[in-house]
Unconditional design. Structure first.
Ligand code: AMP
Length: 284
């Protein structure tokens, strides 16, 4: 496995792989790798001949007062995980490589970035789409792998790729969970044991949502009220949003029809956690 710290070096490595006729898979991450990231790498290894993982804690997607500085950066452990997972190249650029001067060019996906996390994290998605556009230009992959865990992010990126005619395919992989249902996340490292227990209420509220929809409840207000009741079992949980939206355009809906996305964002202490599930009544 090669570790590239510069844009020129990663481009050289990709160029050689492409000349050898290899299909290039790419997994963008912020590091602190866990089984969720590994599942994306495994999907990439399966579908592609040459796999690149980027590890870059992107400053432009963090707002003031967010956890950019304290975000975990266990680079040596991450490299070991990548080596064991069959990654060909890790691209781990310094901030000066990605943003050598003040950034004045931004990629902004409208509408889809307004609700949900866009409301509570202004500028977040602009940072995500901009860094992904840069990474896609640098790596020039055939296929890029994202997690369903960050549902809004995956939808926004897919739309950016479509609208800007980027010549690549986006694959969205399922959310990997702990045995108690908690979605695996680099930010779970911030949680105390007690907070981790509280955090299991997030998936419990989503399971309740699935159960109610499957049992025939169609009124969104009734379902989200029930989800909030579950979350309120822990006084440590501060709800940011509990919502059921259209799975493609993320708009609020009044009644369940077909396929919907149930999304939850909470704060537990200093830690912000998000999770979601898709429920498709037509598949029942
Ligand atoms: P991050 O390092 O948090 O920016 O995440 C990098 C990629 O890993 C994103 O596409 C995430 O959606 C994905 N990811 C994070 N957690 C999980 C998980 N529990 N299951 C599946 N994918 C995940």
């Amino acid at each position: 496995m090669e570790v590239a710290n510069t844009i020129d070096s990663v481009r050289e490595l990709v160029k050689a792989a492409r000349s050898a006729g290899k299909k290039i898979g790419f997994v963008p991450t912020m590091g602190a790798l866990h089984i969720g990231h590994i599942s994306l790498i495994e999907a990439a290894v399966k579908k592609c001949d040459f796999v690149i993982v980027s590890i870059f804690v992107n400053p432009t997607q963090f707002g003031p007062g967010e956890d950019y500085k304290k975000y975990p950066r266990p680079l040596e452990d991450d490299l070991e995980i990548c080596r064991n997972a069959g990654v060909d190249v890790v691209f781990a650029p310094a901030q000066e490589q990605m943003y050598p001067s003040e950034n004045v060019t931004w990629v902004n996906v409208e509408k889809l970035t307004e609700p949900l996390c866009g409301r509570s994290r202004p500028g977040h998605f602009r940072g995500v789409t901009t860094v992904c556009a840069k990474l896609f230009n640098i790596v020039a992959p055939d296929v890029v792998f994202f997690g369903a865990k960050d549902a809004q992010q995956a939808i926004v990126i897919k739309r950016m790729v479509e609208d800007l005619n980027m010549p690549l395919e986006i694959v969205v992989c399922p959310t990997i969970r702990e045995s108690d249902g908690l979605a695996v996340s680099s930010r779970n490292k911030y949680l105390t044991e007690e907070e981790k227990k509280d955090a299991t209420l997030i998936y419990k509220s989503l399971e309740k949502c699935r159960e109610m929809i499957e049992a025939g409840t169609t009124d969104i207000g009734t379902i989200t009220a029930e989800m909030r009741t579950i979350l309120s079992q822990s006084p440590a949980i501060e709800v940011e949003y509990v919502s059921i939206v259209d799975v493609e355009i993320l708009q609020s809906i009044d009644h369940i029809t077909g396929k919907v996305l149930a999304v939850v964002a909470v704060r537990i202490g200093q830690t912000r956690l998000i999770d979601n599930i898709v429920v498709d009544i037509e598949q029942q």
